[in-house]
Ligand binder design. Structure first.
Ligand code: NCD
Length: 364
């Protein structure tokens, strides 16, 4: 069963097929208006979304399919205490594919264990956001021809920005990509990604200033500071507005630079940049809809598959990440991946710890 938890779940040949299909849809959308007739997308948004939610719904409708679900968890049975596994088991009875956004990290992996139909991760906390990466890659390939040999600056919230995490991982597939990771120390990329980049021999520089690197870049990927993910709002307040790209700052940039942003923007790109031909963030959002059409059409051909329930797991293991889905959905079986840096949680990829067995003293 094919689930899309991260875009790196696709082999490069599969991604190239998806790119070809997206290009065909962009060039000839009228050829696809019946392609998903009779198919149903279950759309479960436990966290706010405008673009991703609307672009998935529009994509499904443009393929002739229909959409069920919710965009606000308070309108679902979650408020009655229903667990994620039951919601997923139930929705996968009704739908042919599920797209899900959730505030907990690793939620999409958890959902994939209980779904008979493909699960698409539309964002799991600060962890991953593969369909935004699909959107970003289609934009780079359509507008630049290739993602090889480029200098990409990624600026803003590299700690909590899930679009950044998925994009960095996927760019491991390309040759000679140099990364300028522009962030204050408090918002630097997570250590597991730094290790990933070293293991994959990816060249990266961590810097805090935006202006000095702009002239070198082929792509500048701006992101907003993710207010909702800060435990202490005072820390957010101290960092807000730290980067703001303006028309004046683009004066020494390359003529064919691509300025990208997953959107929504807050204050990190001034409106005076919008008219610059190098600003492609609204085109990027449009490409995202076509990319999601290609993804839905491809996954709609997957057969149904029932996973064995009751995966044993290891009860004495615990994920150290307080935002991991295993912290709120405590019945989830705990397991790890082995990496050169040790064992990592299969859901959110953070470090795990072993709990001592609880000794039960019985009174005589
Ligand atoms: C992004 C997200 O949800 O992570 N938005 C999107 O899907 N286009 C970026 C963000 O919210 O900052």
């Amino acid at each position: 069963m094919r689930h899309i938890i991260d875009l790196s779940d696709l082999k490069m040949e599969e991604f190239n097929e998806l790119y070809k299909l997206t290009s065909n849809i962009i060039d000839r959308p009228e050829g696809y208006t019946e392609a998903c007739r009779g198919k149903v997308l279950g759309s479960l948004f436990y966290e706010p979304s405008t673009r991703t939610n609307l672009s998935f719904s529009t994509a499904m409708k443009r393929l002739g399919g229909s959409v069920i679900g919710f965009s606000n968890p308070s309108a679902s049975s979650t408020t009655k205490g229903e667990t994620l596994d039951d919601t997923i088991t139930m929705v996968s009875n009704y739908a042919d594919m599920i797209v899900m956004r959730h505030p907990s990290e690793g939620a999409a992996t958890a959902a994939s264990f209980f779904s008979e139909v493909p699960v698409i991760n539309a964002g799991d906390g600060g962890h991953l956001h593969p369909t935004q990466t699909l959107t970003d890659m289609i934009t780079i390939l359509r507008l630049r021809g290739s993602a090889d040999n480029m200098k990409i600056g990624i600026c803003g919230d590299l700690k909590y920005g899930r679009t950044v995490h998925s994009l960095i991982r996927f760019l491991a597939n390309y040759k000679n990509v140099q990364f300028y990771l522009i962030a204050p120390r408090q918002l630097a990329i997570p250590e597991y990604l730094r290790q990933f980049m070293r293991e994959n021999k990816m060249k990266f520089f961590e810097v805090s200033g935006l202006e000095p690197v702009i002239p070198m870049l082929d792509v500048l990927y701006m992101t907003r500071i993710q207010r909702e993910r800060f435990a202490d709002i005072a820390v957010y307040e101290s960092l807000r507005g730290i980067y703001c790209l303006t028309k004046a700052k683009l004066r020494d940039a390359k003529k064919d630079l691509l300025v990208m942003h997953p959107l929504p923007r807050v204050d990190e790109i001034a409106k005076d940049v919008d008219d610059d031909p190098r600003a492609v963030y609204f085109d990027q959002a449009r490409f995202g809809m076509y990319a999601r059409m290609a993804l839905l059409l491809t996954l709609s051909k997957e057969p149904r598959y029932r996973m064995p329930k009751n995966i044993p797991g290891r009860p004495n293991l615990r994920c150290t990440n307080p935002k991991c889905i295993t912290r709120s959905e405590t019945y989830l079986p705990m397991e790890t991946h082995r990496t050169p840096e040790g064992e990592r949680c299969i859901y959110c990829e953070q470090a795990v710890e072993y709990r001592k067995r609880r000794v039960v003293v019985e009174w005589e």
